[in-house]
Design a protein around this ligand. Structure first.
Ligand SMILES: Cc1cc2nc3c(=O)[nH]c(=O)nc-3n(C[C@H](O)[C@H](O)[C@H](O)COP(=O)(O)OP(=O)(O)OC[C@H]3O[C@@H](n4cnc5c(N)ncnc54)[C@H](O)[C@@H]3O)c2cc1C
Length: 349
């Protein structure tokens, strides 16, 4: 039985073709992969709880019922779209008929049309993007991530998403398909109408290519916010590769001056400008995830907040050490995959 009030915004979709245990297993898997709070209602419902919403499923009269609840309309859209995408990955062809919220054809409430007004070289490996829009307020609260939406082909005018007949967001397809990677808000002044994100330059990166070639004021979209929040603790163990450096910088900047801890930089470079903090030591250990995992499995940790984000396979040993409770003393960790290395096909004769 739940004691907390239900978030006010909700949408549901019947899934008569899906047995509840299949969905409960998916919800549990997502909770584990993303470090989310998992809840179960007497084996009849299962949901992941975030700071400002939840998504999950319950047993229906026939099969199951999918649902999303949130504290705001914009957040509802975001969570519903994420849950729909996760469902589609596990149950190809599933198209939930979400209860309707808005007029078809309007922009989704979690979407902002913005402009890329400045691109500066922060370090040899990072570009800093200045993004301006009049409605950035929602990105300045607890959640620190967003999706950058862009048309990667500079020859094509972007076609933006709209709300479809079932209240779902309809994204353009084919040549109009948009690139939608996740980034971290590094700095924001919503009242002044700007925010900044730091983009790691890696081979083949479409965001970097777009940013380098974009005219000042180029149109981009933003959705969100989403993803994680900033942990606070007296003793921290945090780390990540370059894609996580902006989030690590925000975590360090937000800690009390008395906090202590370790921040492990697993990227090749370590010249990203991290905020100075007297108690949090930086360790540059390129690709050091496995070595740290071995240390944790043997010696444990006395940290009260554990946070890591890096490439999928590099995160695996940390997950194994921390999730199984193998690292003595570790609290529930936040372990997030920030990108996935694409496998190289073997050469054929
Ligand atoms: C919650 C969250 C927050 C994030 N915050 C940031 C952030 O603030 N700054 C940031 O730079 N990234 C961040 N990322 C990672 C970013 O979303 C991915 O790296 C994304 O793929 C970048 O898109 P792209 O257009 O550069 O590359 P894509 O065009 O999507 O990918 C092209 C190729 O590059 C590969 N690739 C992707 N990322 C990397 C990498 N880091 N190193 C080497 N190859 C790579 C892909 O596998 C693919 O083969 C975050 C991810 C998450 C989940």
């Amino acid at each position: 039985m739940r004691n907390d009030p239900l978030p006010p915004f909700q949408t549901e979709a019947p899934a008569p073709e899906l047995d509840f245990p299949q969905l409960a297993a998916l919800v549990a898997d997502l909770a584990q992969c993303r470090g989310l709070e998992l809840h179960s209602g007497h084996g009849r419902s299962a949901w992941c709880k975030l700071v400002d919403g939840e998504f999950g499923a319950r047993m229906g009269p026939l099969g199951s019922i999918l649902y999303v609840r949130a504290e705001s309309r914009a957040r509802l859209e975001m969570l519903r779209d994420g849950w729909t995408a996760d469902l589609a990955s596990s149950f190809p062809g599933l198209a939930p008929d979400w209860s309707r919220l808005d007029d078809a054809g309007a922009p989704p409430p979690n979407f902002s049309l913005a402009r890329l007004t400045r691109v500066t070289r922060l370090t040899p490996d990072f570009l800093r993007l200045r993004i301006e829009a009049p409605d950035l307020d929602r990105f300045s609260r607890q959640l620190i991530h967003f999706r950058l939406i862009l048309q990667p082909d500079p020859q094509r005018a972007p076609v933006w998403p709209v709300i479809g007949a079932q209240g779902q967001t309809v994204w353009p397809r084919g040549d109009d398909a948009l690139h939608r990677p996740v980034y971290t808000v590094r700095a924001i002044d919503a009242a002044a109408g700007w925010m900044e994100a730091d983009v790691f330059l890696h081979p083949g990166g479409r965001v970097a290519a777009f940013a380098r070639g974009a005219a000042a004021g180029a149109a981009i979209g933003l959705t969100g916010p989403g993803g994680g929040t900033i942990p606070h603790a007296k003793r921290l163990l945090i780390g990540g590769d370059e894609t996580a450096y902006p989030a690590l910088a925000r975590i360090i900047a937000a800690q009390d001056p008395q906090a202590v801890g370790e921040c492990h930089l697993f990227g090749r470079s370590a010249d990203y400008p991290m905020p100075a903090h007297g108690g949090i030591r930086l360790h540059h250990a390129p690709q050091g995830e496995a070595a740290l995992a071995a240390r944790l499995a043997t010696f444990g940790t006395d940290a009260r907040a554990v946070w890591f984000a890096t490439e999928r396979s590099a995160l695996a040993p940390l997950k194994a050490a921390l999730n199984a409770g193998a690292a003595p003393g570790a609290p529930d960790p936040h372990l997030a995959v920030y990108w996935t290395a694409t496998r190289k096909e073997p050469d054929h004769d």
